[in-house]
Design a binder for this molecule. Structure first.
Ligand code: FES
Length: 271
């Protein structure tokens, strides 16, 4: 059950409970008013009188505990007349108004919640199916000169990975099994988007010059660590990336893939 459905059920139950409460209050108020205005000698008036004249004799003691027993005089047991049982026009209007106002509030509340509730049905923050695993390996692997693929929908770079996976984060993202990684393109220094430099095979941030290896590990600049990344799983031969579960990048000094530990050519952003 989605969070939106749960919220709607909670709101609906609350509104119904509130409506029942209000109905109860209204009915009690009307009963009191009817009793107060009932002519002497009617059942309602007799009941009022009996309540006001109850004596200490009504209180009995049972095993040390005081229990109040209401003794209803015989004359109060007269059935109410049809006129007393009937609902007056004012009562009917009051109840109808309360019910319709409650229904309006309920529908309005549900519609507002439904409108405001985030609908994460795709894009960044959700699970994204990128494509066929084998095809993607060809696209970003040795045959494609290790050129990473940018997935705009998930804001990540899909990169080939053949390192040792010796840092804890590699286990968390499933890099060794999938032979690839989904690197969040957001620079961990101050958040700029980090492009890939084909010449150096590094990710080089244009803002303050932070540099990251193809594996997303820290190479240079002011960044405090390697690029953050998302878990990858293979489902039915498809690569699935969970962009709602960001994993913190490996610390400075991590180097799990010797082949790309140094730039492969000139830098795009000189230091
Ligand atoms: S934001 Fe990338 S280096 Fe500062």
């Amino acid at each position: 059950m989605s969070p939106g459905t749960i919220a709607l059920i909670v709101v609906a139950v609350s509104v119904v409970a509130w409506a029942l409460f209000m109905l109860n209050v209204t009915v009690r108020r009307e009963r009191k008013a009817a009793i107060a205005t009932a002519p002497a000698g009617t059942a309602a008036a007799d009941r009022t009188e009996a309540e006001s004249t109850s004596t200490p004799a009504d209180v009995e003691s049972t095993s040390g505990k005081e229990v109040t027993v209401e003794k209803v005089p015989e004359k109060q047991r007269k059935p109410l007349t049809s006129g007393q049982l009937a609902v007056s026009r004012r009562q009917f209007l009051n109840r109808a108004w309360t019910a319709s106002f409650s229904a309006f509030l309920g529908f309005f509340g549900m519609a507002t919640l439904s409108f405001l509730w985030p609908k994460l049905t795709g894009g960044f923050g959700t699970t994204i199916t990128v494509g066929d695993h084998k095809e993607l390996l060809k696209q970003i692997g040795p045959k494609a000169n290790f050129k990473p693929l940018f997935v705009p929908e998930g804001r990540f770079w899909l990169t080939y990975y053949e390192g040792t996976g010796d840092a804890p984060v590699y286990l968390a993202v499933g890099a060794a099994d999938a032979k690839m990684q989904a690197l969040y393109r957001k620079c961990v220094h101050l958040g700029c988007s980090v492009p890939h430099c084909e010449k150096s095979s590094l990710f080089e941030c244009p803002c303050h010059g932070s540099k990251y290896r193809l594996s997303g590990e820290y190479y240079g600049g002011p960044a405090p660590r390697g690029l953050d990344r998302f878990p990858i799983s293979i489902s039915g031969g498809k690569v699935v990336v969970d962009t709602g579960d960001t994993q913190i990048g490996p610390p400075r000094g991590t180097n799990t893939w010797d082949a790309f530990s140094e730039p492969q050519g000139d830098l795009c952003v000189p230091t």
